[in-house]
Design a protein around this ligand. Structure first.
Ligand code: ADP
Ligand code: MG
Length: 683
């Protein structure tokens, strides 16, 4: 395809310019075409004013005129060049300072100029501070239109970029395959692709510019959803299981729970039942706030698989979590005579062999484990349900590997406590159905959140010691591991300070991401057991860890964390019957930061917080750098384009079958985008 050609195929681009373009990630002609102008910087050349119509103290305006007089001067010790211009209606004077003065030095009487600038009333004519100007040819009148302004790097000019883009657009006008079905363009009144491309670079007017942006943003959403749909279709090749045997373990389990399901749990369970009984495989993500009771719902799904004569497995991201789930599931299933097993990396060969042979024989119905489940010798007799806990730690590939262990297509249930706003979920998990469990089980005391300035830190630490002396446990979370040059508190520093000045004989431990995995697990295990009373850590504390005796969470430099993350951390406490506290310590006096923390004090709904966070910090920040695994989005805004994404999703459903033969990713102009898509969806 012509757009995959290197950008130096265009006139005027030699090795030097090509290198500069490369620094802007422009390698191919297609990359250049998808290098969009700065969204708010288009220059409005649609209204050229005559000099008598210039307005003082207004925004930048456009005018043209002939140079009539030139004069050098000095005002308040600053040199300037003044050029008087005239047109049929009157005069104006342009003042050039600084670097502009040198560029203007070549001006001569009689030159014709097009000028964009702000005007000020002078004693007998308007004074203009030119922001941009250009020489016009002898009889050239400025062509009304809208000029793009590109983000640049030193050595490249707007003029060059505009020229190259015009050349590239000429190619696009000749031959640019459409990515969207014709009927869809009509249905949604979207511009054709080439027209949209032309109008985002050189808009004929502002309404066409808006239409161009919409069309191209829609295209991004459409391609994303199409990739997900394709991925889903591929992942569902095979014979699914319809779980329709008479209920047996499920009712028993429901009766044995020491609680009633919450309305949120009941709704999610109904959706799962419908999926599991259907002829198609379940692909569902169960989102629920920390402590909302996802494990009980997962257990019900496992019970349903087992009463149908199949096996189920639950994969957790860490050994601690796997152990915790195993203990819970064992207590549920042992009374029912259903065998459960736990597979961890460090099992002794004999134990492991014994476990695996029971699995293969089918006498073991439910297997819980870590990544160890993925190994080749782990073979099930009749696997029909895969539950992944805290899935954002597992890649699409790993899921696929687990699925391949079944003869037929197993159902998949993914649970996550990361409150992902709906727009983002639709994009990230477009290949999954979503169950949202709002609300917590009744009877929780909740967590009281308080905000403290740095000066109150000693009081907070004293409160910590009081809680510990009452037999409770606590977490202290810091943004950094080691001391840095700034004001931010590090885990090591806090750990040392607490040990030396506050804790006395109370056992504490330090936990951070640089510890070897085994050591991390050991520290966590000691805390779960109660041998360690205070855990000083970075944000590595496990998302799903359940230590009901922990009642205090102290967060240092709270302003450094996102709301969703703070909420996650806060969810580590408030899991028992005692009142719990979350103390946010902040050195910030920034009003916006304090307001953000204030939101946390007043809301306990993780999903509402996540929506807020996404709005305030944007999608990239929301997930941390690139963690969301999406290609860079040029125009699509995950936080605000929810409707667009939803309609793209609908459109893909509608047109999926007619697009079967087309490879839409191959039509993407942007080479980086195309390749990151290919890698995301390769499984
Ligand atoms: P999470 O959604 O964070 O995984 P868990 O499944 O670990 O939450 O549940 C947290 C606690 O709430 C567990 O102790 C569990 O027994 C309890 N629980 C779950 N469902 C209910 C319910 N409907 N009513 C009361 N307690 C419940
Ligand atoms: Mg959980």
């Amino acid at each position: 395809m012509w757009w995959q050609n290197a950008v130096n195929k265009l006139k005027g681009i030699g090795p030097k310019k090509a290198a500069l373009l490369k620094s802007l990630q422009i390698d191919t002609i297609g990359d250049l075409l998808s290098y969009y102008p700065r969204p708010d910087a288009y220059i409005d050349l649609t209204h050229i004013r005559t000099l008598d119509k210039l307005q003082a103290e207004a925004g930048p305006q456009l005018c043209q005129g002939t140079v009539f007089g030139l004069r050098k001067g000095r005002s308040r010790r600053i040199d300037y060049l003044a050029a008087t211009i005239k047109d049929a209606t009157g005069y104006a004077c342009l003042y050039f300072f600084g670097a502009a003065r040198f560029q203007a030095a070549k001006l001569q009487r009689g030159d014709r100029l097009l000028v964009l600038g702000r005007a000020k009333r002078g004693s007998n004519m308007m004074l203009i501070a030119p922001e941009q100007w250009q020489l016009l040819g002898e009889d050239e009148a400025a062509v009304p239109g809208i000029e793009p302004v590109y983000p640049l790097t030193a050595g490249l000019s707007q003029r060059e970029l505009r020229r190259w883009l015009k050349e590239a657009l000429a190619l696009a006008c000749e031959n640019l395959p459409e990515t969207l079905p014709k009927e869809l363009l009509q249905e949604l009144s979207l511009l054709a692709r080439a027209e949209a491309l032309r109008n985002i670079h050189f808009p004929q007017n502002f309404s066409l510019l808006a239409a161009a942006k919409k069309r191209l943003a829609f295209e991004e959403a459409f391609l994303l959803q199409w990739g997900l749909a394709k991925h889903r279709a591929k992942a569902s090749e095979g014979q699914p299981v319809a779980h329709r045997a008479a209920p047996r373990f499920v009712p028993c389990l429901l009766k044995s729970f020491p609680f009633q399901l919450t309305p949120g749990q009941r709704k999610a369970w109904e959706e799962i039942v419908a999926d599991m009984e259907a002829e198609r495989p379940m692909r569902r993500i169960l989102q629920g706030d920390v402590g909302s009771g996802k494990t009980a719902v997962s257990a019900l799904a496992l019970a349903k698989a087992v009463e149908n004569g199949y096996q189920g497995c639950l994969m957790a991201p860490t050994e601690i979590l796997a152990r915790q789930h195993y203990a819970t599931l064992q207590s549920y299933f042992e009374p029912l005579g259903v065998e459960t097993g736990l597979l961890l990396g460090g099992l002794r060969p004999k134990e492991r062999q014994e476990l695996l042979s029971r699995l293969k024989a089918g006498s073991l119905s439910i297997l819980v484990g870590t990544h160890a489940l993925l190994e080749d010798d782990v073979r099930f007799k009749r696997l029909s349900l895969v539950v992944c806990d805290e899935q954002h730690r597992f890649g699409v590939e790993q899921r696929a590997k687990l699925l391949a262990k079944a003869d037929h297509l197993p159902d998949v249930l993914i649970t996550t406590a990361t409150p992902i706003p709906r727009t983002l979920a639709l994009t990230l998990y477009g290949d999954l159905d979503i169950s949202l469990m709002r609300g917590l089980p009744p009877g929780r005391k909740g967590v009281t959140t308080l905000c403290y300035p740095v000066s109150k830190r000693p009081d907070v630490y004293a409160g910590l010691v009081r809680q510990l002396r009452q037999g409770r446990q606590a977490y202290v979370v810091c943004p950094l591991i080691e001391e840095g040059e700034n004001e931010v508190r590090s885990a090591q520093e806090v750990y040392r300070e607490l040990k030396e000045n506050y804790l006395g004989d109370l056992p504490s431990a330090l936990l951070h991401g640089r510890l070897p995995a085994a050591e991390k697990e050991a520290v966590m295990a000691a805390f779960v057991k109660g041998d360690v009373k205070v855990l000083v850590s970075t944000t590595v504390i496990e998302v799903g860890v359940n230590v009901p005796n922990a009642t205090l969470m102290i967060i240092e430099n709270a302003e450094h964390f996102g709301l969703a993350q703070l909420h996650q951390l806060r969810g580590r406490v408030g899991r028992g019957s005692e009142q719990s506290f979350c103390a946010l310590i902040t050195g910030s006096e920034d009003a916006a930061a304090l307001q953000r923390l204030g939101v946390l004090k007043s809301t306990a709904d993780g999903f509402a917080l996540a929506e807020q966070d996404l709005k305030m910090r944007g999608a990239g920040q929301f997930f941390g750098q690139k963690q969301h695994g999406l290609p860079d989005l040029r125009l699509l805004n995950l936080a605000s384009d929810g409707e667009l994404i939803a309609s793209a999703r609908e459109a893909v459903k509608k047109y999926e079958s007619s697009l079967k033969e087309t490879d839409l990713f191959a039509l993407a102009l942007d080479s980086h985008w195309a390749s990151s898509f290919a890698s995301i969806f390769k499984t």
